[in-house]
Every structure is written in C-alpha cells, then in structure tokens.
Design a protein around this ligand. Sequence first.
Ligand SMILES: Nc1ncnc2c1ncn2[C@@H]1O[C@H](COP(=O)(O)OP(=O)(O)OP(=O)(O)O)[C@@H](O)[C@H]1O
Ligand SMILES: [Mg+2]
Length: 241
Amino acid sequence: MTAPQPLISLQSVSRTYRADGVAVTAVRNVSFDIERGEIVAVMGPSGSGKSTLMNMIGLLDLPSEGALYLEGADVADLSEDHRSSLRARSIGFVFQSYNLLARHNAIENVALPLVYCGISRKERLARAEQSLESVGMVHRAHHFPRQLSGGEQQRVAIARALIASPLIVLADEPTGALDSRTGAEILALFAALNRTGQTIVMITHDPGIATQCRRTIRLHDGALVADETLAPIPPERSAAP
Ligand SMILES: Nc1ncnc2c1ncn2[C@@H]1O[C@H](COP(=O)(O)OP(=O)(O)OP(=O)(O)O)[C@@H](O)[C@H]1O
Ligand SMILES: [Mg+2]
C-alpha cells in the first residue's frame, strides 16, 4: 500500500517574474506540504511573495523552478485546459475586495462557478441557495452587492468559493477590508468551515487572525522563514466546560 499523499506539496518552488529585462524572484526555494483538513495562515511583509505563492497553489501560475504537486500530481504536467478545469473543480478563491459582479444578485454570484461545470440553471440556483445557507446569507439571496455590507459581501464571496465543494479554499487577505469585529466574524466562519474538514489557506497581515489558525507560514523576501504549528489541544482540556 502506498502512503497517503499530502493534499499539496511544494518542493523547492521558485517564481521569477521577468518584465522589461528585469527579473524579480518573488518566491525562492520554498518547500512545505499541506494536509487535508488544515487551516494555514500565510504571513509576511508587503512584497514578500504571499500572493505569488497563493497563485501557484491556486493553479493560476506555475513555478519557474521546483515542483508543486496537488494530490500527488505534478501540476506542470497538466495541459492548460486540464489545469483550468482542475482549478474550477478544486480551488475556491476569496479576495480582500470580494470580487462580486455588481450586476448580479447574491445567489447569481454564488452560482456563477457552476456555469462552467455543465449543470442546469435550476440545479445551480438550488446549490447556490444551500451555499448561501452555509454562510448565513440566504435571507439576502436577491440583494445586489451594493445593497450588502462589506462583511455580507465577503460571506457571499465565501459561499461562491464553496459552491463546487473545493479541495481547498484560498483566501488572500479576506478580512483586510473589514473592521475588526466583522473580520473576527469572517474568521469564525472560516474556523467553522475548517471544523467540517474544509482545508483553508489564508493570507493575513493580522497577527490576531494568524494565531487562531493552527499553523502559520512566514515569508520574507520570497523565502520561507518560519513554519510553525501549535501543539494540538489535549483532549481532556478541550473537553472541559
Ligand atoms: N506580475 C508581476 N510581474 C512582475 N513582478 C511582480 C508581479 N507580481 C508580483 N511581482 C513582484 O513580486 C514581489 C512579490 O509580490 P506579491 O504580490 O507576491 O507580494 P505580497 O506578499 O502578496 O504583497 P502584499 O502584502 O503587498 O499583497 C513584489 O516585489 C512584486 O512587485
Ligand atoms: Mg498580496
């Protein structure tokens, strides 16, 4: 029997951007694994390579050097089309700026990723309603983004990220545009999703948010400088009232 593969494995990954004859190595020689069911915070100063790393994990971009494996498969071996369809089925993205379509209401925004999966409109809307339910937003299904608060828009964006039951949710500064109380509510929602087994990787500048993730990866100038996992909570303590 073969050992189970990590969900994601990065092996000596680097990413160099070349523009106008200038090369910028945004991620350099980074290696780590992410297992199913983890919730990981990615921290580091502005320009340290966090979004570049996230784009590679999200199959939007490929390493210039090294290899990235998703469920044991080297993503560089896949055709562009295969990578796109794998991304649509496996990755849910959440951004600081929500990225909802202004002309579509909440339920249509949530249903959108399923348009590319060959599912009927009726079924798409039924699944979108379930997804809105899971983030506590079903009562705003027919509101347009401009009629929603920032925290509500982010909940809708999370429902959209979840609709295709992704292997992993990637969130780039999901609380960055929110006041601290609303940010804490969004974090609690991610924590609740993680307790149901959802794997989540979240970029954050907020140390308070990072400490609530079990694991924190830190980047500096593109290099991984720390990868810390909190000790598991002993069962007798976690069971105490
Ligand atoms: N498309 C690109 N072309 C050229 N250089 C880029 C590109 N994207 C990012 N970079 C450079 O790569 C470095 C890392 O950028 P990245 O966006 O990954 O940082 P970040 O950690 O996400 O920063 P922030 O916290 O400000 O979002 C930066 O120096 C940036 O200017
Ligand atoms: Mg960034």
